[in-house]
Design a protein around this ligand. Structure first.
Ligand SMILES: Cc1cc2nc3c(=O)[nH]c(=O)nc-3n(C[C@H](O)[C@H](O)[C@H](O)COP(=O)(O)OP(=O)(O)OC[C@H]3O[C@@H](n4cnc5c(N)ncnc54)[C@H](O)[C@@H]3O)c2cc1C
Length: 385
């Protein structure tokens, strides 16, 4: 049996919850540029967003495979996991590198829904993908760190209680390797906003709440440092394989949604006296999209399998994200084309899903950077940066 056929109980349960939030719900939230509050609450109450939190902290202790199925099903049902996926992987940073005290303090509350850890602040406006050059500094002053700098594209700040923040604690000139000297902190957003941290929302193509953050002497208690000072970049990297694999699963959910939607429309829509789906010019792009989604799915399950077995999975996670983001984008394009003019009408949801899935060629990592990873780390080609 293929992994895609396993976990039917999880699929059925998530599908049943998603069915309570039909396409009209997501369309309306998108139209209002709102947040799917009721949907995220329902997912939280049902325990789905605590899937990867160990049972001893109130979660269900499931693996990445199960978590990825939850994300896939949300997107396959016409929703958008982008509103809530941060919690799935951000809590992993705390789980792997936080002290027992921090885990006891936060994880049970995250699992119960009392606290949301939906945000991670890494990207900066002047340095972009070149993360080790980031300029936000955190200086230790007694029992606090004082943060100054700026971040951009930091998502879900206005719907989260906590944020993981990456900042430089030792100047770049003073470290042996550029990846050293950065640290991560857990920031209480309610305390921070208005007390050294300002938030400015960025209107954007997708209904994705994302923001510029400005730090002007933001004070963070020293006990909010996660792990050892100076090792933050390594800790963030540790979490990327889970993030990439989960995003791959979301793209696969989108891909299936596009192909199913397009196939149904192509059977129904009659032009020149026959269903448009009888024309090979309409069939082939959909068949091709289906093949590519299925292929991406195999790589996604391989990344999940290795991750859950605690084996290295950087190559598979990156390749799954690459293949799935490309497959969902091409499926979206084929779906839109199949719908002709109606693909542009909001009531068909195609244009919304088309915008949503496009993001994954750029964030959380752009396609070029994955190609660069494969070229250098797998093929052993010389480093280009
Ligand atoms: C909606 C949205 C939500 C986001 N949410 C978050 C978040 O919650 N937290 C967070 O920290 N970040 C977030 N991001 C940021 C996201 O991770 C970055 O946008 C992404 O990593 C690309 O960085 P950049 O935009 O600075 O592009 P740049 O680094 O400026 O790159 C621009 C383009 O040039 C290409 N490029 C750059 N250097 C090279 C090279 N050496 N070789 C080949 N090509 C290259 C890139 O691939 C890209 O296509 C979000 C972004 C968006 C759009």
């Amino acid at each position: 049996m293929s992994p895609a056929d396993d976990y039917q109980d999880i699929r059925d349960a998530v599908r049943a919850l998603c069915a309570e939030f039909p396409p009209e719900y997501h369309r309306e939230v998108d139209g209002q540029r709102g947040y799917p509050e009721a949907f995220v609450d329902a997912l939280t109450k049902a325990g789905w967003l605590a899937a990867m939190i160990p049972e001893e902290y109130g979660g269900s202790g499931l693996g990445l495979t199960e978590a990825s199925i939850i994300m896939e099903e949300i997107n396959r049902a016409g929703g958008n996991s982008g509103a809530c996926h941060g919690q799935m992987y951000n809590m992993g940073t705390l789980l792997r590198h936080g002290s027992e005290e921090q885990k006891q303090l936060y994880l049970p509350k995250i699992a119960s829904g009392e606290l949301r850890l939906q945000s991670m602040g890494v990207t900066e406006p002047t340095t972009g993908t070149d993360t080790t050059k980031l300029k936000t500094k955190a200086e230790r002053k007694g029992d606090r760190y004082v943060v100054n700098g700026q971040k951009v594209w930091i998502s879900r700040i206005q719907h989260s209680d906590l944020m993981i923040l990456l900042a430089r604690t030792t100047p770049l000139e003073e470290v042996k390797k550029k990846s050293e000297g950065m640290s991560i902190f857990i920031v209480d957003l309610h305390q921070a906003i208005g007390n050294g941290m300002t938030v400015r929302q960025i209107p954007n193509m997708v209904n994705h709440e994302t923001n510029e953050l400005f730090f002007d002497n933001l004070e963070i208690p020293a006990e909010n440092l996660i792990g050892e000072e100076g090792k933050g970049f390594k800790y963030i990297l540790d979490g990327l394989n889970a993030e990439r694999t989960l995003i791959a699963a979301e793209c696969i959910g989108d891909g299936y949604w596009f192909v199913d939607k397009a196939a149904a429309y192509a059977k129904d829509r009659v032009v020149f006296g026959r269903p448009i789906g009888q024309n090979q010019g309409v069939q082939f792009p959909l068949a091709e999209a289906h093949i590519e989604i299925e292929a991406a799915n195999l790589m996604r399950y391989e990344a999940c399998r290795l991750f859950d077995a605690h084996q290295p999975c950087g190559a598979q996670a990156n390749m799954a994200k690459y293949l799935a983001a490309k497959a969902s984008w091409e499926a979206g394009n084929a779906c839109l084309q199949t719908h002709g003019g109606f693909g542009f009408a909001c009531e068909y949801d195609v244009e919304r899903k088309f915008r949503e899935t496009r993001l994954y060629q750029v964030a959380p990592i752009s396609t070029n950077l994955i190609l660069s990873y494969v070229a250098e780390h797998i093929l052993g080609l010389p480093r280009s940066f």
